[in-house]
Ligand binder design. Structure first.
Ligand code: PYL
Length: 276
């Protein structure tokens, strides 16, 4: 998991409203609607504004990322939750969250970022939730993924979660990773549960990019997708940090690209933590 930098997230509180408007323009759904679809249905009597969410900074390992907790809190508040950052980090923050009768906590160290529902004890992981939210975003931008070919770049944890979601929406997958072994491993895992005709791999990058105009970039390398190979009308969901698109590729697809450092993942975590 690539560690976010303060520069990646410090503007989220000030820009979340505008971000949501752009997301709605691109996908037809708001951040909340995308997260709700990715999470599955909520109980109709769920009163979000009554739910208290504690975001607890963690100082272990490489320590706190300045702005991270505030960014997460601003996303939760934007969605209507009663969210706050605990006064203290670590154990004192956890105690404060419980003493303030929080319903949910969100907490991240260098290895894992989770939302925990303190009532149901449901634990939701950021990577899995992010993949689910971005699959919905790609589906929305494409109209439908049923019987469409999607190029999935990155056969790691994010790519694996995304592959499941894309296949469940009826997509055919071309899996590309710089590691052909990783491609084969993910393909083998997927074909245990899905039609093997729906998953293919083993192409070189240029050929893979030519085979589909729907791209799910689950990579964690930056700027390696060249502009000359990406199709003009490509639609791209890119949860990976840093983004795989080169600046040239970005300039070709920016109006049909969904990419953010935290928003879709945090929103989907919160609603998945509330799902039955
Ligand atoms: C959750 C993000 C998404 C991408 N990379 C992940 C990351 O940067 N993880 C590290 C988060 C550390 C947070 C720090 C704090 O401020 O509480 N422990």
């Amino acid at each position: 998991m690539t560690r976010l930098k303060t520069d990646d997230i410090m503007n989220i509180p000030a820009t979340i409203q505008g971000y949501d408007q752009v997301l709605k323009a691109k996908t037809g759904l708001s951040l909340k609607e995308i997260a709700l679809e990715a999470a599955g249905d909520l109980r109709s009597d769920t009163q979000i504004d009554r739910l208290k969410v504690a975001i607890i900074p963690v100082t272990t390992g490489q320590g706190v990322i300045d702005g991270f907790a505030k960014a997460v809190q601003s996303i939760a508040s934007h969605l209507g939750f009663s969210a706050f950052v605990t006064e203290f980090p670590d154990v004192r923050g956890l105690a404060e969250a419980y003493n303030k009768n929080s319903d949910l906590i969100m907490i991240a160290d260098d290895h894992c970022f989770v939302a925990i529902n303190l009532r149901s004890r449901l634990v939701i992981d950021n990577t899995k939730a992010t993949a689910a939210g971005y699959v919905v975003a790609l589906k929305q931008m494409s109209g439908s993924l049923n019987d469409k070919t999607v190029l999935l770049i990155g056969a790691g944890q994010m790519g694996s979660f995304a592959a499941e979601g894309l296949l469940q929406y009826g997509a055919r997958l071309i899996i590309y990773d710089s590691s052909k072994e990783a491609e084969a491993l993910l393909t083998h895992k997927l074909t245990d549960s899905y039609d093997e005709n729906k998953v293919s791999f083993g192409y070189n990058f240029e050929r893979a990019l030519n085979m589909s105009s729907l791209i799910f970039d689950a990579s964690s390398g930056g700027g390696f997708i060249p502009g000359e190979f990406i199709q003009d009308k490509s639609i791209v969901a890119a949860p990976g940090i840093p983004m795989g698109l080169s600046w040239c590729a970005f300039s070709k697809v920016h109006s049909t690209l969904v990419h953010d450092p935290l928003q879709i993942g945090v929103a989907t975590m919160l609603f998945q933590a509330l799902s039955e």
